[in-house]
Design a binder for this molecule. Structure first.
Ligand SMILES: [Zn+2]
Length: 370
């Protein structure tokens, strides 16, 4: 085998394919033994499966795809690019994770009746879509008050939705009590989900002809985007494909900013009730927090926080330039604008902002600020 799945904290090996958490309580991660090689890219494939070779746990005949990936990289100013990852089959970058996760599970486990997941947002919609595509069932556990376009999307794909009273942790707990034949594949826990996000780094490198950016701004909540992307960068760097790694900026809201605070050794106490226009960024205590901070430190990353006003302003600027994203995606652009204003970066540095979710599903926007 050219890969292993180990604990991100104690390095214990995963014992069986259905295990999603180490006995020490930490999440698992995928470690690749094989180097990235340009000649292994399947150039005729215009989806993320052009990188099939670098996912050794997926069997070709088990791939579940809706044509995700190979999204546009658009130059908007001399040194500013947007990666349009909201142009995905379900309208968010999560499809990278879902496609690889479901393909990986079906490759390793022969009898899968369905998947259990906890998310009322883009991840829930994405996982339901890929289960529908695979012809398996999905059970999606959501907070009691979940509603709106993302819920409608989840239901439309045919998922069974269960509303759970109580905290976000209680929703997860319910999803983890799986029925016979079902597998818990919470996107924040399962290593294959964030492993699929490696393809974002590969695509960007290929689209820029292997010349990397100085800065990359990502919205960060559960950490799958950040960790998957940085894993992809590290894989290419360790393989001698790129000669530098960009400074990755984990962009968060002032209310939900555990990564920002832990990275700076500052105390963080989230508000009793999170009330932000960036409603996809609500993980106040994500299971991957430790891993995110360690990775940012090891790879010279940074974190930034932005206010509600800065998010709405960035969202408006994006829309007025033709990019219609959800407010949570605008958080990354808001962090870039703040860095420009404060001199953390400047216009001579090559910057990339990843736009992660489409604006059409968003519930909290209203006409007041247009
Ligand atoms: Zn462990």
């Amino acid at each position: 085998m050219s890969f292993s799945v180990i604990c991100s904290r104690c390095s214990n090996y995963r014992r069986m394919a259905t295990e999603w958490k180490c006995s020490c309580g930490a999440p698992f991660k995928v470690v690749l033994q094989e180097k990235f090689k340009k000649e292994k890219i399947i150039r005729s494939n215009r989806s993320l499966w052009r990188y099939f070779h670098f996912f050794p746990y997926v069997r070709k005949e088990k791939i579940v795809s809706l044509g995700e990936g190979w999204t546009p990289l658009v130059r908007v100013k001399e040194n500013l690019w947007f990666k349009l990852d909201y142009l995905m089959p379900t309208g968010s970058f999560k499809d990278r994770g879902s496609s690889v996760l479901i393909s990986g599970l079906l490759s390793e486990i022969s009898e899968v009746s369905g998947i259990s997941e906890d998310s009322s947002g883009n991840a829930g919609a994405s996982i339901s879509a890929y289960c529908a595509r695979a012809g398996i069932k999905s059970k999606i556990y959501v907070p009691e008050k979940a509603s709106g376009q993302k819920m409608l999307q989840i239901l439309s794909y045919g998922a069974q939705v269960f509303k759970v009273r109580g905290s976000r942790e209680e929703v997860s707990k319910k999803a983890q009590e799986v029925d016979e034949g079902y597998i818990y594949a919470g996107h924040a826990w399962h290593p294959y989900f964030r492993d699929g996000i490696r393809t974002l780094a590969y695509e960007i490198a290929e689209q820029t002809r292997w010349k990397n950016f100085d800065y990359v701004y990502l919205p960060v909540s559960s950490g799958t985007l950040l960790l998957g992307f940085m894993d992809g960068e590290k894989h290419m760097y360790d393989s001698g494909i790129i000669d530098s790694i960009p400074r990755v900026v984990a962009s968060q809201t002032t209310q939900v900013s555990p990564v920002y605070h832990k990275l700076r050794n500052l105390p963080y106490s989230p508000p009793l009730e999170v009330n932000t226009v960036a409603d996809a960024l609500v993980s106040t205590n994500p299971p991957l927090l430790e891993e995110m901070v360690n990775t940012l430190k090891a790879m010279n990353g940074d974190a930034e926080v932005v206010s509600e006003e800065e998010i709405l302003n960035a969202h408006n600027l994006l829309a007025k330039s033709g990019f219609y994203v959800e407010p949570s995606s605008a958080v990354a652009f808001a962090a870039y604008l703040k860095h420009l204003r404060e001199g953390t970066t400047n216009k001579n540095k090559r910057a990339l902002v990843v736009l992660t979710g489409i604006g059409l599903k968003s519930q909290l926007l209203n006409e007041n600020y247009l």
